[in-house]
Design a protein around this ligand. Structure first.
Ligand SMILES: [Zn+2]
Ligand SMILES: [Zn+2]
Length: 350
């Protein structure tokens, strides 16, 4: 490397001052880096500002981008025009690829559309209800396929109009859409069997699959006991009078049956202490509740019974008293005590 004579005040990049302050000595590493960066700038890989930043990082010396521009102009005249051309070329290439991609996507879409159309490529269609031949666009599209009836007939079906009639495939009768089940006219139209035939079929199925239904119902009852309790309660409250009437009639008709049942039950309980106790508790609670429901009626009934069977009642009470003397004494004592207390209170007032 050659030495240089110092001309200006600043020290140029890649040189340092020796002992003699007029001579500049070259630094080989810095000059090598500068050479490489200049080549990179010329080829368009680095911009001027980027290059100046890189040089600062590598060598820890400042070199501004205008200075770099001067240097490259000196070394490679007309370099900027070539870089511009190169950039333009790259941009054009990118655009060309983009356009090609878009074109390919369009072509694929068109192909798909054509394939779809090819299956229903016709223009006309015959409506199966009014039997008129109409353009394809007058047939409504449900989900993906066009239906077999025209737009006007579609509206009539939705209304369950009387003009639309259908033949049941079971009984072969021509009926109005109201004769077919299904809340919506469309559902009614799609069904093959009329309502009566459907009911018949269902009943037959139920007869044949009795076990299946029973097991299902049993499982459902086991899984949702509270829900069924609620439902039965609601049903009872709604149809109470009807149910009671039914029960009354049944009891009237099957008096002997009920009596037999009771007798069997009584024989079962009679000699079993535990069962008998249970029965007693149950019956007491039941009678108490029924009395509480209509107290006045119960009292009047008691009175009537008493006047009718007076001697019987008195005899029964006497017998009970003889057998439970201690209870009688207890109650008497309690009664006396209470009376004394009341009288004492009266005296204290005076
Ligand atoms: Zn039609
Ligand atoms: Zn039918």
């Amino acid at each position: 490397m050659k030495t240089k004579i110092k001309i200006g005040r600043t020290i140029p990049f890649g040189y340092k001052i020796g002992k003699n302050s007029k001579i500049l000595y070259p630094i080989s590493t810095e000059l090598e880096i500068l050479k490489q960066t200049l080549i990179q700038i010329k080829s368009g890989k680095l911009s001027l500002r980027q290059a100046s930043k890189e040089i600062q990082i590598k060598t820890k010396r400042n070199l501004s981008h205008p200075a770099l521009l001067k240097m490259t102009n000196k070394k490679f005249p007309n370099w900027q025009i070539q870089v511009k051309k190169e950039n333009l070329r790259i941009r054009d290439e990118k655009n060309r690829i983009k356009k090609l991609k878009i074109l390919r996507i369009k072509e694929e879409r068109e192909k798909k559309r054509l394939n779809k159309l090819s299956s229903q490529n016709r223009i006309n269609k015959k409506c199966i209800i009014c039997l008129k031949i109409k353009l394809l666009r007058y047939f409504p599209k449900l989900k993906t396929n066009r239906v077999r009836y025209c737009e006007d007939c579609y509206k009539l079906i939705l209304k369950k109009s009387k003009r639309i009639k259908k033949k049941c495939s079971q009984c072969k009768k021509v009926k109005n859409l109201n004769g077919f089940s299904g809340s919506n006219g469309l559902i009614a139209y799609r069904q093959n069997h009329c309502r009566k035939c459907n009911i018949k079929r269902n009943l037959e199925w139920k007869k044949q699959n009795r076990d299946k239904i029973n097991t299902y119902n049993k499982r459902y009852r086991m899984e949702n006991p509270e829900l069924i309790k609620k439902q039965t309660r609601r049903y009872y409250l709604k149809n109470r009078e009807k149910l009671l009437e039914k029960k009354f009639e049944y009891n009237k008709k099957n008096k002997d049956k009920i009596r037999k049942k009771r007798k069997i039950y009584w024989n079962k309980i009679k000699n079993n202490k535990e069962l008998y106790q249970k029965h007693l508790i149950k019956s007491r609670i039941y009678s108490k509740n029924s009395r509480l429901k209509d107290l006045e009626k119960a009292r009047s009934d008691d009175k009537k019974y008493y006047y009718k069977n007076r001697e019987k009642v008195i005899q029964r009470v006497m017998n009970w008293k003889k057998n439970n003397m201690d209870k009688v004494l207890k109650s008497r004592r309690r009664y006396n005590l209470r009376r004394n207390e009341v009288e004492g209170n009266k005296k204290s007032l005076w």
